[in-house]
Design a protein around this ligand. Structure first.
Ligand code: SF4
Length: 444
């Protein structure tokens, strides 16, 4: 059997420093305090597997006794030593590294090789100060010397594209060259803004922006075949998770709402980071609904009922177009897509025009990044969202298949004295035609 590397991430209370601007974990409310029993249970269960290397990450410092009680620390090293694991990596901060603790660990680890991971992030004191690290380059160097003196391995974490770094590639190269001389291995991590970190607010305020996958691998190109360097683009990369203190209700048919920073960050995410699930071959653009999440509205319930009756239902990517921009169905319950209202009765001609322009650009950028076999839509023909979608497709020269039967739609309006009846899109005749045309076009 091939022995493997296992990574355990444990919640062990707050880091003693807690100020690094890219760190969310140390600022989250309700972090779980470490309990010796819980930590022991987690370790025992992990060690039931056949492991070659164990990476034990506790966001902060394994040597901080407030995070990892001494009783568990001793248990951990003794257990790893006797369990047949060859390598163990734990994280630490220089302020918790001292001769006594290293001597003690060495005594308990005769067989297993222990390495300490140090988050240097960047070999530049000016940047370290600005990102609020607890130590400088000199302190890192002294810690490395001490660790090596006691026979421990050193792993160094570096981050690409930190704020206040002007030349990202040059800065990374300088840091990697430096770290490789001091460490057994180097991990380069893409800087990504997690919810409770100050960096997240910097992203929202457009003061900094993360690298996407291509940009990251371009910056790290030089190291892709270096056996001592590991690259982590998206280890924990995720959608924009707004912390509770930033959430708000965004209400109004105004330019401020339309161009709200919380919407823009999401649109950037969909354009640059989102990966469309591979099963979704067809895009179906749909209108939003006043009721949130949209799928609870009567209109969406009826549309969904019809869609679910199609054999190729799973291949259809439902994407709503609304004030925030484009919203794939899987995200409709996330903030702020369930926390905005655009009161149509407040709309002016000017804002309608702006809505079309802004939305067209958002749709265009999305479709430039994500390709589908076919693109469908089901909107009222006079709706601004539909006009924006139609214009975007025309400018991109991609065919748009409209699933609304225009003739039938006009007849229904005519029968209603030229007015659009409420929930017109859920009229049985229109829905029948919607499904029929869709089926025909996707060979259902
Ligand atoms: S990055 Fe590490 S040292 Fe900095 S605050 Fe977070 S847990 Fe603490």
């Amino acid at each position: 059997m091939i022995k493997k590397t296992k990574t355990i991430i444990v919640d062990s209370g707050r880091c003693s420093w807690g100020k690094c601007i890219f760190c969310s974990f140390s600022k989250k409310p309700n972090t779980q305090e470490a309990s010796v029993e819980r930590l022991k249970r987690g370790l025992d269960s992990a060690l039931k597997e056949d492991i070659f290397e164990l990476k034990y990450l506790n966001s902060g410092s394994f040597l901080d006794e407030k995070q990892i009680p001494k009783e568990f620390r001793n248990y951990f090293f003794e257990k790893c030593n006797s369990s047949g694991i060859s390598e163990v990596v734990v994280e630490c901060l220089p302020e918790h590294v001292n001769k006594n603790v290293l001597r003690d660990i060495k005594k308990r680890c005769k067989k297993v090789r222990v390495s300490f991971a140090l988050g240097l992030e960047v070999a530049d004191d000016k940047v370290l100060k600005k990102i609020m690290k607890s130590f400088d380059v000199k302190t890192y160097e002294k810690t490395v010397i001490l660790l090596k003196k006691y026979g421990f391995g050193v792993r160094t974490y570096l981050m690409t594209n930190l704020p206040n770094v002007l030349e990202v590639k040059k800065s990374l190269e300088k840091s990697v060259d430096f770290a490789l001389k001091k460490s057994d291995s180097v991990a380069i991590i893409n800087t990504y803004p997690y919810g409770y970190s100050p960096l997240f607010s910097m992203w929202v305020e457009r003061k900094w922006t993360p690298l996407d996958k291509n940009e990251f691998f371009d910056v790290c190109e030089k190291y892709k075949n270096n056996k001592k360097v590991e690259l982590f683009f998206d280890d924990y990369l995720t959608y924009p998770k707004f912390p509770d203190f930033l959430k708000q209700k965004i209400v109004g048919a105004t330019s401020e709402c339309l161009n709200h920073a919380h919407f823009d960050v999401w649109q950037e995410y969909f354009e640059r980071f989102y990966v469309v699930p591979s099963i979704k071959e067809y895009a179906l653009f749909l209108p939003c609904a006043f009721r949130k999440p949209y799928s609870r509205s009567q209109t969406h319930k009826k549309i969904l009922e019809r869609l679910q009756g199609i054999a190729s239902y799973k291949k259809i990517h439902q994407i709503m177009i609304s004030t925030p921009g484009i919203i794939p169905r899987d995200f409709e319950s996330k903030y702020p897509f369930e926390s905005y209202d655009w009161p149509e009765w407040e709309e002016t001609e000017k804002i309608k025009k702006e809505y079309i322009e802004v939305t067209k650009k958002r749709v265009k950028r999305y479709l430039l990044k994500h390709q589908y076999k076919k693109i469908f839509s089901y909107f009222k023909s006079e709706s601004e969202s539909f006009i924006a979608l139609k214009d975007a497709c025309a400018e991109l020269k991609v065919p748009l298949i409209t699933l609304l039967d225009e003739k039938m739609y006009k007849e229904i309006k005519h029968m209603n004295n030229g007015k659009t009846p409420n929930a017109i899109l859920t009229q049985r005749r229109l829905l029948d035609s919607f499904v029929k045309v869709l089926r025909k076009n996707i060979d259902d």
